[in-house]
Design a protein around this ligand. Structure first.
Ligand code: GDP
Ligand code: MG
Length: 180
């Protein structure tokens, strides 16, 4: 049995917890807590303090394990633990919140400096008011000038088909590695 470990990362509110909940066949370990940061609390009640974990059976030989990274900076140490374990990752970016693009870009740089593994960028909240167009997000994330060639797909974290499609696109880039 091969276990494909995938990190689901992105800013607070990008849709990580929803993404994992939508596709997981087990109840996601609930690590949500009420937000204590007043700025964020004005628009979001809960955040992930430790990590979300979900599981998806692909076939008789392969299972996907999904780890959602915590959004708040003081949990950064969790990142290194997760990054060292996973085989691929998904960066979710809420395209209606351009003030978060810099944070997404930082995440991208952080990961690329540490690991070379398959990745995909999932654009969430494309249905929301103020959503940026894909090409503009790609520019804002600096993907073109860093010569980073990776799939950028629209994904609605609330929609099982959309989440499955995003995972499949990621799995297409898979280079099987022995699991540890
Ligand atoms: N309209 C819309 N809402 C979304 C989408 N993706 C996630 N959400 C909602 O955005 C909110 C924040 O998502 P959450 O999973 O908590 O974000 P996290 O902080 O990254 O874990 C939740 O209310 C989700 O239901 C999307 O593509 N479109
Ligand atoms: Mg969350």
């Amino acid at each position: 049995m091969e276990i494909l470990k995938i990190a689901v990362t992105g800013n607070v509110g990008a849709g990580k917890t929803t993404f994992i909940r939508t596709i997981s066949e087990i109840e996601v370990v609930d690590t949500e807590r009420r937000i204590t940061d007043e700025k964020i609390a004005s628009w979001k009640e809960n955040t992930t303090v430790a990590l979300d974990f979900g599981r998806l059976t692909l076939n008789s030989e392969q299972i996907v394990h999904m780890y959602g990274t915590p959004g708040q900076a003081r949990f950064d140490f969790m990142w290194d633990i997760i990054l060292n374990k996973v085989h691929a990752y998904i960066l979710l970016v809420a395209v209606h919140r351009p003030q978060d693009f810099r944070g997404a870009r930082r995440i991208l740089t952080y990961i690329n400096q540490r690991v070379q593994i398959p990745m995909i960028i999932g654009l969430t909240h494309t249905d929301c008011e103020g959503a940026w167009q894909k090409d503009d997000v790609i520019l804002a994330l600096g993907l073109t000038n860093q010569n980073i060639d990776l799939p950028v797909v629209d994904v609605n974290a609330e929609n099982p088909n959309s989440v499955a499609q995003c995972l499949l696109t990621l799995l297409e880039q898979w280079q099987p590695k022995p699991t540890t």
